[in-house]
Design a protein around this ligand. Structure first.
Ligand code: GAL
Length: 376
């Protein structure tokens, strides 16, 4: 009888492990349940590591709409697998239609950084004003004393109003060509005009367009905003002020005219690698990669970092952030979204370990892997 009981107990233990909350593996594309048993709702996310805890910030999405009807969510974890819901850390405004972040606006790709000088957590995100589609193309900022908020909304704007990029030539500044000078059929002419700064000049007074974005803090603690600008044709990389709460006016155009979105970045052995996507909305496309010795360039294109089946669709996902795993010399997680625009809340998370071959990032699909090194 005792033996029978022991056998029953032994057979229940693995069952508990597979159904309980003590998961250890990252399973890309599956439902990822939080401490409440609810699929994590943190799309287009970013991550912050602070005092032994990872904080994952992302867009709350609902059943039918990609608009922000709730706000920015936050989850916390010590092991990157078991996540606790920390709440809505920047709620939309429900009682003031003239607020930038009124319910029904679009809040995308939130990223939080911690500023050691001010001891504040600074949240940046892509904001589209309610009812204007993706026309506003603004960046927005909120601040908190704690990583779990509540963040106080500060402002939104288009960056670097009235300031030319550092790599804009005298000739480009003097060019007077405008969009209406270019016949619609002349695509090649438009392309070279865009490369030559057509939209930079058009948007100079009001600031540069700012859509898909990330924030990167370098080893020297300088922070940078990397964003799809110029009608998504060119990435810009802009320095933030020392408190990380504004742009300081120093910025560069990079990968000019290469239409990159979804910027993600890592630094390893003194080299910066950008992994981005093409511009096809919610539909996946092939990721691209570029390398540089300094953030302001020169950036050299390296092609698609993905290999294997579905490599040309980034394994049916689009990048959003790269997080280094603390305490592991060389473990970086490529975080991506598998968007489901018809049912946005069901969007899945594709996290993959970045492999390095001859020092160059490579992404391979794994059904399951863990941060201790197992890959299946
Ligand atoms: C994607 C972008 C998403 C969202 C979407 C809207 O290309 O990466 O963040 O803006 O377009 O169509």
């Amino acid at each position: 009888m005792k033996l029978f009981r022991l056998l029953v107990v032994l057979s229940i233990i693995p069952l508990a492990c597979s159904t309980g909350r003590i998961a250890t593996a990252i399973v890309p594309g599956e439902l990822w349940k939080d401490n409440r048993g609810i699929h994590i709702n943190a799309h287009g996310g970013g991550m912050l590591f602070r005092k032994g805890v990872y904080y994952w910030y992302g867009e709350h999405k609902d059943e039918t709409s990609n608009e922000a009807n709730v706000g920015i969510n936050c989850y916390s974890s010590r092991d990157l697998v078991n996540w606790k819901f920390e709440g809505v850390v920047l709620p939309v405004v429900t009682d003031n239609d003239s607020s930038d972040i009124t319910k029904g606006c679009i809040m995308e790709r939130p990223k939080v950084v911690y500023n050691e000088k001010t001891q504040k957590y600074v949240l940046w995100f892509h904001l589209e004003l309610k009812g204007q589609g993706y026309k506003a193309a603004r960046v927005a900022m909120a601040v908190s004393d704690s990583p779990t908020g509540t963040f106080e909304y500060v402002r939104s704007y288009r960056p670097n109003a009235g300031i030319y990029p550092l790599n804009f030539t005298q000739e480009q500044k003097a060019d007077t060509l405008t969009l209406s000078d270019i016949p619609k059929s002349e695509r090649q002419q438009l392309r070279s005009a865009v490369e030559n700064g057509l939209y930079v000049r058009r948007d100079l007074a009001g600031g540069q367009m700012s859509r898909d974005m990330t924030i990167f803090v370098d080893d020297n603690k300088k922070a940078y905003h990397i964003f799809a600008s110029e009608e998504n044709q060119t990435l810009q990389i802009a320095e933030l002020s020392d408190d990380y709460q504004s742009h300081n006016g120093r910025y560069m155009r990079i990968l000019v005219g290469k239409h990159n979105e979804a910027p993600t970045i890592l630094k390893r052995n003194g080299k910066y690698f950008l992994i981005t996507s093409d511009c096809t909305g919610w539909a996946p496309n092939a990721a691209r990669m570029a390398v540089a010795d300094s953030l302001f360039g020169t950036w050299t294109e390296l092609g698609n970092p993905c290999v294997g089946e579905n490599a040309n669709l980034t394994f049916q996902s689009q990048g959003t952030y790269i997080q280094k795993v603390e305490g592991k010399k060389d473990l970086y997680i490529f975080m991506a979204d598998r968007w489901t625009p018809k049912k946005p809340i069901d969007g899945r998370y594709i996290w993959l370990p970045i492999l390095f071959e001859n020092g160059i990032p490579v992404l391979k699909w794994y059904n399951k892997w863990d941060i201790k090194g197992a890959k299946y």
